[in-house]
Design a protein around this ligand. Structure first.
Ligand SMILES: Cc1ncc(COP(=O)(O)O)c(C=O)c1O
Length: 399
């Protein structure tokens, strides 16, 4: 019997999904688990979006659509990109995908060849290195720390570029750190990419979840020449609380979108027609759902950061966006839990926190850096307070 293709050994299952699954398992066993592991808003999809989906079903919008998306949705996205990002795209420069993850997957499928290098700042979102590796590419990791607020410097980028580099990926605001790049910082990084003829893959999925009026910009919007080398990946999951609906999109040079669309035509075909109709409403109707969600997230951020900093051995930067904090717990490594487990790594810390104290978090190693854990505050304030108390208890019990 033929063995499984070797390329499948280049990838591993998503750690964040694995931790969420273990948390759910424990919950099913009756344990009261604080869900700091999840990467999705705890809010329900807004009513006007659900209504649009119901209407689409009743109106019979239940058939195949064009592979890269309906014209209605593409036009809604073009309008959004104009209004919110000051970017002008045409229908052949945008496509609708099965989530932002799928947009990225197809970007890498269309661009990466064996041996190609893609520069990935770490901590990174878990799927980038695996998706790049699946297509034979080499993720070149640029490590950052809380000292630089998890942002790479232009010097780091310059030094990482070789003749094999084809792209640089940027995720601002970031999962897992919540850090965001100022337009001046982006300008410098984009200029380096332009000079070296490499693509910028800009993952903008958290663009709306932003605090303290931080000026979030797409690198594509900072100069016409940057737009020519940038591919945007984005989607409805986070900003409209639509993780289960599976809608993402990509915007970039027409030949690349055409290649991605060809791949989608031979794999998943169009995104669910009902989801697409719901997303037309999501992106065109003016509502305050995003700002309402962001107000709630900010309140939680403003509670959780000082609370974590109040625990001895933990220090936590203040994120500019998204709904994660990425505290440094290096000072706790090497200590022993009451059960006798010596915490050798953040994975050990997260394991004990989940199994013994019933708080689900994700170790920094899943995002390519040691010494930190990711806490998602996309959960209610009561849960957050309970989770912090349990972390406090765990830390107090370490010897
Ligand atoms: C940074 C980042 N990019 C992309 C995605 C993909 O989201 P989706 O496929 O639900 O659109 C996620 C989801 O966790 C993310 O955190």
């Amino acid at each position: 019997m033929k063995s499984i293709a070797a390329r499948m050994n280049r990838i591993k299952p998503s750690t964040t999904l694995a931790i969420t699954a273990r948390g759910k398992e424990l919950k099913a066993l009756g344990k009261d688990i604080v869900p700091f592991g999840a990467g999705e808003p705890d809010f329900d999809t807004p009513v006007y979006i659900k209504e649009a989906a119901k209407k689409a079903i009743d109106d019979g919008q239940t058939r195949y659509t064009a592979v890269p998306g309906t014209n209605e949705l593409k036009d809604a996205l073009i309008q959004k990109l104009k209004k919110e990002n000051d970017l002008t795209y045409t229908r052949d420069e945008v496509m609708v995908t099965n989530g932002g993850k799928h947009a990225l997957f197809q970007i890498f499928m269309a661009l990466v060849e064996a041996g190609d290098e893609v520069i990935v700042p770490a901590p990174y979102w878990v799927s980038y290195p695996d998706q790049i590796a699946l297509f034979g590419g080499k993720p070149v990791l640029l490590e950052t720390t809380d000292q630089t607020n998890f942002k790479i410097t232009p010097q780091q980028l310059k030094e990482a570029i070789t003749e094999k580099t084809i792209a640089f990926i940027i995720n601002s605001p970031s999962n897992p750190s919540g850090a965001a790049y100022h337009p001046d910082e982006l300008q410098e990084l984009a200029q380096i990419c332009l000079k070296n003829n490499i693509y910028i893959i800009s993952d903008e999925i958290y663009e709306h979840i932003i605090y303290d009026d931080f000026p979030v910009r797409s690198p594509a919007s900072l100069a016409p020449a940057f737009k020519d080398i940038t591919i945007i990946a984005n989607g409805a999951s986070k900003c409209f609380a639509m993780t289960g609906w599976r809608m993402g999109f990509a915007a970039g040079p027409a030949p690349l979108i055409k290649a991605m669309s060809k791949a989608q035509g031979q794999s998943t075909s169009n995104v669910c027609s009902i989801t697409q109709a719901a997303c037309v409403a999501a992106y065109t109707e003016t509502t305050d759902v995003i700002s309402q969600m962001t107000i709630a997230f900010k309140e939680r951020r403003d509670y959780i950061v000082p609370a974590l900093n109040g625990i001895e051995g933990i220090s936590c930067n203040t994120p500019q966006g998204a709904f994660y904090v990425f505290p440094n717990i290096t000072a706790l490594l090497g200590k022993k839990t009451p059960k006798g487990l010596v915490l050798q790594s953040t994975a050990d810390f997260c394991l004990s926190l989940l199994e013994d104290y019933h708080v689900a978090t994700v170790p920094g190693s899943a995002f390519g850096v040691e010494g930190y854990i990711r806490i998602s505050y996309a959960t209610g304030m009561e849960e957050i307070k309970k989770g912090i108390k349990r972390i406090e208890t765990m830390v107090a019990e370490l010897v």
